[in-house]
Design a protein around this ligand. Structure first.
Ligand code: AP5
Length: 219
């Protein structure tokens, strides 16, 4: 199953993407994680993306389409994938559709995580992430150790208040039209109330996935 996760910064795409990937036994592909790892390792991709990411701007569609193609053609993605933040512009949605059509596949559903701006700002101002495995944490100090891999927890540059405001504006301008694009397509989009305990949101997301399954199997 190929699922696209949409939603504003801080909506919990990464948190829920991990859980959905485990529940469905498919990999989670997150362009943000791929780009941050490239920045950390100083690769040509990272050098190209760093300034835009630090400001909270999107990196160019051509860069994302390259990452998307590589990740989806990898053997690990043969059984499907959770695409976390991979689609943020209409050209990226069109590019994904074409990339999948080329390999005889399609997006099975889109999950839209909805959270009000005030809550997003609150979440992002309190977030640290592991600089190795990128797991997000709340209420943990920078410099402490990741429970999952022992890496160091850091604050993301794009989580400073000015960059967060800019990312929210970019989301409204460039990513919100993707929601309308999917609603006009024959791909099913399900909106999920993403406020509440992480486990509650996960239960809603899994129910949404089952509703997609039901539609596909006609059950
Ligand atoms: P990316 O890393 O994808 O950032 P984002 O979309 O802004 O999303 P976040 O990672 O900030 O939030 P999230 O929704 O994953 O929430 P999380 O689970 O961490 O992208 C970064 C940058 O890379 C972009 O700005 C852009 O420059 C570039 N980029 C990436 N993809 C691109 C693309 N396709 N095109 C162009 N550029 C691209 O949760 C947030 C916090 O809330 C955490 O602390 C978490 O613990 C907490 N939390 C989660 N769920 C809950 C809950 N239910 N209740 C309370 N707290 C919660």
């Amino acid at each position: 199953m190929i699922l696209v996760l949409l939603g504003p910064p801080g909506a919990g795409k990464g948190t829920q993407g991990e859980r959905l990937a485990a529940a469905l036994s498919v990999p989670r592909i997150a362009t943000g994680d791929v780009l941050r790892a490239a920045v950390r390792d100083g690769t040509p991709l990272g050098l190209k993306a760093k300034a835009a990411m630090d400001r909270g701007d999107l990196v160019p569609d051509s860069v994302i389409l390259g990452i998307m193609k590589d990740a989806l053609s990898a053997p690990e993605a043969a059984g499907g994938a959770i695409l976390d933040g991979v689609v943020r512009t209409v050209p990226q949605a069109e590019g994904l559709e074409q990339t999948l059509a080329d390999i005889g596949r399609r997006v099975d559903g889109v999950l839209l995580f909805e959270v009000e701006d005030e809550e997003l700002v609150r979440r992002l101002s309190g977030r640290t992430v592991c600089d190795t495995c990128q797991t997000p944490f709340t209420g943990r100090e920078p410099g402490s150790r990741c429970d999952k891999c022992g890496g160091q927890l850091v604050q993301r540059k794009d989580d400073d208040p000015e960059a967060v405001r800019h990312r929210l504006a970019v989301y409204r301008e460039q990513t919100a039209p993707v929601i309308a694009w999917y609603r006009d397509s024959d791909t099913q989009l399900v909106a999920i109330d993403a406020v509440g305990e992480v486990a509650e949101v996960e239960a809603r997301a899994l129910a949404a996935v089952r509703s997609l399954d039901g539609r596909q199997t006609g059950s």
